[in-house]
Design a protein around this ligand. Structure first.
Ligand code: PXP
Length: 255
């Protein structure tokens, strides 16, 4: 049964729209935990467009579940991670002009540098996950780097047209199985919603789904704790026959 990591970057996006103090992502992390989040995820971007250093420091002191810090694989970010000591670092590619993380890491082209960073963080007791496309070449490279976790990019599945979704789901399932054979532990995320999450949550071997935008969007209607509660129900009791349709009226099942 997959657990749920709630990404709260979009709470910080609203605050940064006015460069003010509210809404405070630290408060909303608590509400997400009250709703049943198994972990809190934030992406400290190099341009600090949403999450700020102060948020990560306070979250480290207040999060009672697990703190997952997404970051670019740079020396400056590594220094911050070693100081903050999140439970998990997820290394992601980062481009300043992108709206959100666009693709997975190309691990194969940077095995030496990524492997060294993975080793240094793991030596300090910080779990490291590499965000990659569901591609066997990337998974092999993650293994070579010494990573123990990967996060599979679900964006292509999430964005696929209905006719292509089954093939993208198969890719995710095959990548999960291969990663497990290679000894890697597997998370997944990006673009997952109340409509498309169930088939992914039903894939054997996936440990955690990281979901942000859709939960924060729903929270505008129902409140964050309730939005997290509803997503958790879908993830933990995915209907095997719910391929791609999701709840007809957008309302998750009640049990
Ligand atoms: N996982 C990673 C590595 C991400 O970069 C993001 C987006 O910040 C997510 C998961 C969550 O994606 P979404 O906001 O589309 O649910």
């Amino acid at each position: 049964m997959a657990s749920l990591g709630v990404n709260i970057d979009h709470i910080a996006n609203v605050r940064q729209a006015r460069r003010t103090v509210e809404p405070d992502p630290v408060t909303y992390a608590l509400l997400a935990e009250l709703g049943g989040a198994d972990g809190i995820t934030v992406h400290l971007r190099e341009d600090r467009r949403h999450i700020q250093d102060r948020d990560v420091e306070l979250l480290r002191a207040t999060v009672r579940t697990r703190l997952n810090l997404e970051m670019a694989a740079t020396d400056a970010m590594e220094t911050i991670a070693l100081r903050i000591r999140p439970d998990m670092v997820t290394l992601v590619p980062e481009r300043r002009e992108e709206v959100t993380t666009e693709g997975g890491l190309d691990v194969g082209s940077q095995i030496a540098s990524l492997g060294a960073m993975v080793g240094r963080l793991q030596d300090e007791g910080i779990g490291v996950s590499l965000f990659v496309d569901p591609d066997p070449v990337q998974l092999d490279a993650c293994c070579t780097c010494g990573a123990r976790w990967v996060e599979l990019h679900t964006g292509r599945y999430a964005e696929a047209r209905w006719a292509d979704q089954a093939a993208e789901l198969d890719r995710l399932g095959e990548a999960t199985a291969l990663a497990r054979q290679l000894g890697l532990r597997v998370n997944a995320g990006h673009g997952l919603t109340y409509q498309n999450v169930e088939p992914v949550a039903a894939l054997p071997g996936l440990e955690e789904l990281n979901i942000g935008h859709s939960i924060v969007a729903r929270a505008l209607a129902v409140g964050l704790s309730q939005a997290v509660r509803e997503m958790r129900i879908l993830i933990q009791n995915p209907r095997q026959d719910a391929l791609f349709g999701g709840p007809a009226d957008g309302v998750p099942p009640s049990s």
